[in-house]
Design a protein around this ligand. Structure first.
Ligand SMILES: CC(C)(COP(=O)(O)OP(=O)(O)OC[C@H]1O[C@@H](n2cnc3c(N)ncnc32)[C@H](O)[C@@H]1OP(=O)(O)O)[C@@H](O)C(=O)NCCC(=O)NCCS
Length: 198
């Protein structure tokens, strides 16, 4: 089944796929997408500081993200099975190389939507993992009966913006001078949302 997003692209209607599942990478290798579990906490604590060194498109400057393994384990425990929450990872050679998640709203007033985030290790950029992870979250969101999912993306993150658009996200608004960048500039953020109902 197909539907039209606001920017007139034809978008395949989302369906949720069972996990764990293999993901074919564009270089011929295969990785595995699965739910994040508590024993992954140590790897997550290594993954994020590395990502913040590799990319200026995430919320933290290098060295700012400081959860302990126990705090991360608690975070995973709190989110597992919770309505509106989903934590995903991709493993290659038994190493976590990408993470994505949907964060549950605190209040019933907001329970119809969720904010998502995604990060792929630099050595795996352009191999299809971002598409696989965000596509999985979109399918999950539709299955959960959400009305929308949204994210904030820096306006020069062209790869991410193209990916989100192709999965049916539309621009909801622009936050002017929203974030300080590594080079001292203040850049705009774009809020993008994927709507599941008219
Ligand atoms: C943004 C990110 C999640 C994308 O993941 P990825 O695995 O590299 O992306 P994919 O390989 O799935 O490619 C997504 C699409 O973007 C397209 N793309 C790649 N580079 C692009 C560019 N410079 N401009 C426009 N489109 C681009 C690809 O062609 C691909 O489309 P296709 O599947 O039709 O070929 C990843 O690069 C990343 O983690 N970056 C650093 C952190 C970050 O920016 N997170 C998102 C914050 S909002």
């Amino acid at each position: 089944m197909r539907c039209m997003s606001d920017d007139r692209q034809a978008i395949v209607a989302p369906s949720v796929r069972a996990l764990p599942r293999p993901v074919a990478l564009k270089d011929g290798r295969t990785a595995v997408m699965r739910l994040l579990v508590e024993p992954d906490a140590g790897q997550v604590c290594a993954f994020f500081p590395r990502m913040h060194e590799e990319s200026d498109f995430l919320n933290y400057f290098p060295g700012e993200w400081s959860l302990t393994v126990e705090q991360e384990r608690e975070f995973i425990r709190e989110h597992t099975g919770r309505a509106g929450a989903e934590l995903l990872c991709v493993e290659s050679d038994e190493r976590i190389v990408a993470l994505a998640g949907a964060h549950p709203p605190k209040f019933r007033r907001d329970a119809h939507h969720t904010e998502i985030g995604v990060a792929v290790s630099r050595e795996f950029w352009g191999l299809g993992l971002g598409r696989a992870l965000v596509g999985q979250l979109v399918g999950w969101g539709a299955h959960q009966g959400l009305r929308k999912m949204y994210l904030r993306v820096f306006d020069d993150n062209h790869r991410a913006i193209a990916l989100y658009r192709s999965l049916g996200f539309v621009e909801e608004g622009r936050l002017k001078g929203d974030v300080l960048r590594a080079d001292g500039r203040y850049s705009d953020s774009i809020v993008m949302a994927r709507f599941f109902t008219a």
